[in-house]
Design a protein around this ligand. Structure first.
Ligand code: M1P
Length: 240
């Protein structure tokens, strides 16, 4: 039986937005036929805000914080912990202060299980402030530069781009790739994700899945609209 893995932001939902009723119905239909998981850089509170309980109830589990936590039936089954060096947090503060981006909304460094999430505009940004920063970053490539700077200075860590306004920092190897080794070996794995290029937070898992079996497949989506098309195709047996 094919196992389905879904990234959340940009794939099942718009960034930090609730799942639509239509998407919820499709995910439930898929999850009732295939063992299905969400794999996200976000934490469990955000997953609960965005995915309705009836969807979560159909899932075989939710990997949060880039695979550093696993949730099943509403309980945290395991959670990695990591003490990030204070020099890193200090260096991040220097980099945040040095950014030319003028709007700051607060919550710029968020500590999650086994990871740090860092955002120049801040996690309190509203949807318009998110869009504005994402537009700036598309041209300025600020997040790529921040990630590269952090990885050069702290080579034991990986900094990857997850959503639209932040970067996720984890100890080397503690990316979403770890999920590949945690799945039941029941069948091919289909991964639906939007950050499949090097430097994106879905790339390490996509690479690990490709290396594990030629039957595994990574499906790139540009928005939840693409995911709906793929799920409808899956439900009609097109992708089997
Ligand atoms: O799930 C993808 C990403 O979602 C958020 O990203 P952003 O706020 O940048 O759009 C964050 O929760 C991030 O950690 C996560 O990887």
């Amino acid at each position: 039986m094919t196992i389905l893995l879904f990234d959340m932001d940009g794939v099942l939902t718009e960034a930090r937005q609730p799942m639509t009723v239509e998407m919820a119905q499709l995910v439930i239909a898929a999850a009732s036929r295939h063992s299905s998981y969400i794999v996200t850089g976000s934490d469990c509170d955000k997953v609960r805000e965005q995915a309705p309980p009836e969807v979560l109830g159909w899932l075989a589990g939710v990997f949060t914080c880039g695979g550093n936590e696993f949730w099943f039936a509403g309980d945290c089954v395991f959670g990695a912990r990591h003490d990030f060096p204070s020099e890193m947090v200090e260096a991040i503060e220097v980099l945040l202060n040095a950014s030319p981006y003028p709007v700051r909304t607060g919550a710029h460094v968020e500590r999650r299980a086994g990871m740090l999430n860092v955002s120049v505009v801040g996690r309190n940004a509203d949807p318009l402030q998110r869009l504005a920063y994402a537009g700036f970053d598309r041209t300025a490539l600020e997040r790529e530069a921040l990630a590269a700077t952090i990885m050069t200075r702290f080579p034991g860590y990986e900094a990857v781009l997850g959503g639209d306004i932040s970067i996720d920092i984890v100890p080397k190897g503690r990316t979403k790739a770890q999920v590949a080794g945690l799945l039941p070996s029941k069948g091919p794995v289909y991964f639906f994700a939007d950050r499949l290029d090097p430097g994106g937070n879905d790339w390490p898992l996509a690479k690990a899945l490709r290396a594990a079996s030629p039957a595994n497949r990574n499906f790139r989506v540009n928005s939840p609209k693409d995911t709906k098309v793929l799920l409808e195709a899956l439900l009609h047996g097109v992708m089997a």
